[in-house]
Write a protein that binds this ligand. Structure first.
Ligand code: G3H
Ligand code: 13P
Ligand code: ZN
Length: 314
């Protein structure tokens, strides 16, 4: 199915507008009806463009038919500027399958491969995607942090500015994810004084003017959500994210897509935990899940307003 039949829009057109006007599009991960509704409702309320990001494991969890049926049921209109994006596609087949299914953009994450192989695979995906007017994101460098299912990276490696022009021109991709000190998950920082590598970002932005850059592992990890989880029976210790002022600074330096998953997970979990704690006799999932969905919706609105600066852009 072509994504336009689902009311979705070409991701690159959104990114180009964001880049030009100095804001970012939030790419928020979804994995069920509730997370999809939280994000779409927040985007509609704030009149903000938004990217619905679906990882391979989330797609596996939902099933392709369920995802596409849910998107169709959301009755998205093109003027709402909502994109559906494959997050961290790890193979050519994974990306082409998503394109055939109705995604409006895909990420081919071959950042763990040697440079030339990353170029070859990303270029192959871009060729297929562009035949379907679908946009492609690829990654150079590796996010540091704990080894996770997505990055397969234990140590991380900052993006080398000297490689970016060759990579972009040889692959024909539409946006580039870079590693400047972010990482996936809730434990991104050892101390509050750590800073992103703005020097690397500045060099990349200078070498690739007018080219959309993407920040993964960019959750802010709001401390109030962590406290709420811990106050209601959770145990999340030492969680620390990227401060909002640093995220906003990246947006002024050509970052125009910011990926957020962990913040949504925290918000949802905080809502569910507090609902269950405050009413221990309740065993109706609809009631406590509704509270989780509501907290995720509220947090998304906050991030659209305070980090992305994307409200009222449509
Ligand atoms: O970076 C990717 C997201 O956090 C997705 O994670 O594979 O557990 O859905 P996941
Ligand atoms: P966080 O874990 O920081 O939310 O990163 C999400 C992400 O990069 C999804 O691709
Ligand atoms: Zn990511």
């Amino acid at each position: 199915m072509n994504y336009t039949k689902l009311g979705l829009v070409n991701t690159n057109e959104m990114l180009q507008r964001a880049l030009h006007d100095g804001y970012a599009i939030g790419a928020f991960n979804i994995y069920n009806m509730e997370t999809m509704r939280a994000i779409i409702t927040a985007a509609r309320e704030t009149h903000s463009p938004v990217i619905l990001a679906v990882s391979e494991s989330a797609l596996d969890y939902m099933g392709a038919n369920m995802l596409i049926s849910m998107i169709a049921a959301a009755e998205i209109k093109p003027y709402e500027q909502i994109a559906l994006h494959l997050d961290h596609g790890h193979s050519y087949e994974s990306c082409t399958r998503a394109i055939d299914m109705g995604f409006s953009s895909v990420m081919i994450d071959a950042s763990n491969l040697p440079f030339d192989e990353n170029i070859a695979l990303s270029a192959r995906v871009a060729k297929y995607a562009h035949r379907h007017n679908v946009s492609v994101e690829a990654e150079l460098g590796a996010l540091r942090g704990f080894e996770d299912e997505n990055t397969k990276s234990k140590t991380g490696q900052f993006t080398k500015p000297d490689n970016v022009v060759e990579f972009v021109s040889k692959t024909g991709i539409d946006s580039l994810a870079i590693a400047i000190g972010t990482s996936h998950g809730a434990y991104k920082r050892k101390s509050t004084t750590e800073k992103l590598r703005f020097d690397i970002l500045a060099e990349i932005a200078e070498k690739l003017p007018d080219f959309p850059l993407v920040l993964h592992g960019a959750s802010n990890i709001p401390s109030d959500l962590v406290h709420e989880i811990n106050a209601n029976g959770g145990k999340i210790t030492g969680a620390r994210g990227i401060p909002a002022d640093q995220l906003r600074r990246t947006v002024s330096m050509n970052i125009c897509k910011i990926n957020v998953d962990s913040d949504s997970r925290l918000a949802f979990t905080a809502g569910v935990r507090s609902a269950l704690k405050s009413d221990p006799e309740n065993f109706n999932p609809r009631e406590y899940i509704r509270v989780g969905m509501g907290m995720m919706y509220e947090n998304t609105i906050t991030e659209i307003n305070e980090i992305m600066n994307s409200a009222n852009r449509i």
